[in-house]
Design a protein around this ligand. Structure first.
Ligand code: ATP
Length: 293
């Protein structure tokens, strides 16, 4: 196969709890992750030159070897001893450094793209194992849908598909470094941890009202201390009719849950002029998909 196009979806964290700090500096987390219908588009072309190239259509993300997609592709090419080169073009739609996993999703899509292009026979377990060395969110992004991720994100428990949930996601016009926020986690503090078991039950019962009782993101109060606008966005989403609103990942994106597309559109209209990027979107059941061959 000479050329493929992939769609790499964004994610949100329905919940995010932090269980402890590990000796290697990472944190043990417990988070319910969810793919949503905002996609980067990735074109992959085989080249006769033995060169791997990555270019991106925005100056906000590095091209070449500093791109997560490059590291993911290189790992696949080296592990499976593939000669020849690949040109990768990334069209970004997922907000950058936003807590929506855009880089990890691009990396995961490229791994699956190479598996597809070169007809590689590799188990999901091996892909997860390889992916976690490129980025902690890559294991989830390889599969997408709804899943519980534990450890540093590599211990994945896929959860049954949920009924479509409509969301409004607000990305204010500042970025947050994931590393900086994790660096401020203080395990001596008594953070309010989400109850993931109860949240999963509420999700599968389609009982959106129970989300607020059991949900939460420990990183939210840390990020909001630095950027209080995060709480303003949350208040605006709730005021605009959201049943549950929470910062995703380490932020600064905040999502709101709505009962219908119509209610989500209404909230979008209300907020779109106030904030940088405002999306109406919904949950999806899959990870990266091959669009065209
Ligand atoms: P997460 O939710 O997984 O913590 P994020 O949404 O906060 O991720 P990303 O958009 O994935 O953050 O990007 C984090 C950093 O990685 C950015 O500073 C960016 O420059 C760099 N980066 C490298 N490759 C990519 C890529 N393909 N897409 C986005 N960012 C990339």
């Amino acid at each position: 196969m000479q050329k493929i196009i992939l769609k790499a979806p964004a994610k949100i964290n329905w919940t995010l709890g932090i269980l402890g700090k590990r000796s290697d500096g990472y944190h043990d987390i417990s988070t319910i992750m969810q793919s949503v219908a905002i996609y980067d588009e990735i074109i992959m072309e085989r080249s006769t030159e033995p060169i791997l190239s990555v270019s991106v259509d925005t100056g906000e993300v590095p091209g070449g070897m500093h791109n997560i997609a490059y590291r993911a592709a290189k790992l696949m090419l080296d592990t499976f001893k593939i000669d020849g080169g690949i040109n990768i073009y990334i069209h970004k739609n997922i907000p950058i450094a936003a807590g929506m996993g855009g880089g990890s999703s691009d990396g995961a899509a490229v791994m699956l793209g190479i598996e597809h292009m070169y007809d590689i026979d590799v188990s999901r377990e091996k892909l997860i194992h390889m992916g976690k060395d490129v980025g902690a969110d890559i294991p989830f992004c390889l599969f997408g849908g709804t899943a519980l991720a534990e450890g540093i994100g590599e211990k994945l428990t896929p959860l049954p598909p949920i009924d479509t949930v409509w969301l409004v996601i607000v990305k204010p016009n500042f970025n947050i470094s994931t590393g900086e926020i994790y660096g401020l986690v203080d395990m001596e503090q008594r953070y309010r941890q989400p109850d993931n078991k109860a949240f999963i039950q509420a999700l599968h019962d389609g009982d959106l009202d129970r989300m607020s009782c059991h949900g939460g993101n420990v990183l939210e109060e840390i990020s909001a201390k630095l950027y209080p606008r995060i709480y303003d966005i949350k208040a605006d989403l709730l005021e605009a009719g959201a049943i549950y609103a929470l910062m995703s990942g380490s932020g600064p994106s905040v999502f709101g849950v709505f009962r219908s597309e119509r209610e989500a559109q209404w909230a979008h209209n209300k907020l779109k002029d106030k904030y940088g990027q405002v999306f109406v979107t919904h949950t999806i059941d899959t990870g990266p998909r091959v669009l065209e061959v």
